[in-house]
Design a protein around this ligand. Structure first.
Ligand code: TYM
Length: 327
């Protein structure tokens, strides 16, 4: 079975972009691959947080992922800081990553522009992400489009490490979904849907009131030419609705475009389809929050399974570098 690894930051609530770009594919992959999914709490610390905040949101993120359909009987779900090899390998990876490579990362540039205090951790973040992936001999990394550059960097640094110290790491590949890889904001359809958007009006959260979800779709920004066509460059709003409907119904946005002549029915059908996807997720989440201890125990089992793999790969990396073994 191929090995799959992916991660998500426990910052704010999960939104439709995270679901369609990543988590939905994790749920599918868990049945066909040996899958490791990680709540990357250490990554969340790269921007300032209140004491306790990251711990609380890590538990909530794990419950949300379980509610979306991750099944701990078939996949490994765990929290990054519970497996210390992530931080340890990150150091070795930082030492084969150049400042120039890190400077070119668009996510760093975007995030750094929004911060008064830019931490060194925010800058070296992609090295920690590479360590996350390489620790599991990962073949495939299911992510949304915005993570492609980080996976490319992971490949480059793994190849450099292998060339310098001998064959150590499996070279992973990004898998980006056909539909839903870049869900856009419903109000500013030229921006990707993001937890850090200035306004929530265009961001569909998984746990929000479903009447509010329907309203957000009905108020989605389109354009004034009245023609339903899939053309992201000139018709970003309409194309985003077609992409979302396509991702949710497993159809191509181009085919769907042929079935509509007006924006109103496209908006209400997309709203209905999304609401039907979110309803069971919300019901399951409501059950899970009643039992935080149960989720904690699942995460402990996940951390144990992850450690079993990660400690071997970390040891292999240290041996290849040739650090003095402790006797
Ligand atoms: P994060 O937490 O920002 O997002 C988690 C996943 O959701 C996808 N995503 C989207 N997909 C489609 N449309 C959108 N609008 C949208 N917004 C987010 C992201 O592409 C991602 O797949 N650096 C990563 C976390 C990470 C990671 C890893 C991922 C850390 N280590 C190792 C993979 C492997 C991040 O910030 O994702």
């Amino acid at each position: 079975m191929p090995r799959v690894f992916s991660g998500i930051q426990p910052t704010g609530d999960l939104h439709l972009g995270n679901l369609l770009g990543a988590v939905r594919n994790w749920v599918q992959d868990q049945h066909v691959a040996d899958s490791f999914y990680c709540v990357v709490d250490l990554h969340a610390l790269t921007v300032p947080k209140e004491p306790g905040e990251v711990g609380r949101s890590s538990l909530e993120m794990a419950q949300t992922l379980l509610a979306c359909g991750l099944d701990p009987d078939v996949c490994t779900l765990f929290v990054q800081s519970h497996v210390r090899e992530h931080s340890e390998l990150a150091w070795l990876i930082q030492c084969v990553t150049s400042i120039g490579e890190l400077r070119r990362m668009t996510q760093f540039k975007d995030k750094a522009d929004k911060q008064d205090f830019v931490s060194a951790g925010l800058f070296t973040y992609p090295a920690l992400q590479a360590a996350d992936i390489l620790l599991y001999d990962t073949d495939r990394v299911p992510v949304g489009e915005d993570q492609r550059q980080h996976i490319e960097l992971t490949r480059d640094v793994a190849e450099r490490f292998n060339a310098r110290y001998g064959n150590t790491f499996v070279i992973p590949e990004a898998t980006v979904p056909r539909a839903g890889a870049r869900v856009m904001d419903l109000q500013v359809p030229t921006d990707k849907m993001s937890k850090s958007a200035d306004s929530d009006a265009g961001v569909v959260y998984l746990m929000e009131d479903l009447a509010a979800t329907a309203r957000k779709f009905k108020r989605a920004v389109t354009d004034s030419d009245g023609d339903v066509r899939f053309d992201p460059a000139t018709k970003p709003g309409v194309s985003n609705l077609l992409s979302i409907l396509g991702a949710v119904t497993d159809r191509s946005p181009e085919d769907l475009a042929d079935e509509y002549t007006q924006y109103g029915p496209l908006k209400s059908d997309t709203a209905d389809a999304v609401v039907e996807v979110l309803r069971p997720i919300q019901e399951r989440f409501a059950e899970l929050v009643e039992d935080p201890t149960g989720t904690g125990e699942l995460l402990a089992i996940g951390a144990e399974k992850a450690t079993a793999v990660a400690s071997d790969v970390y040891r292999r990396a240290v041996d290849q570098v040739g650090l003095l073994p402790r006797v």
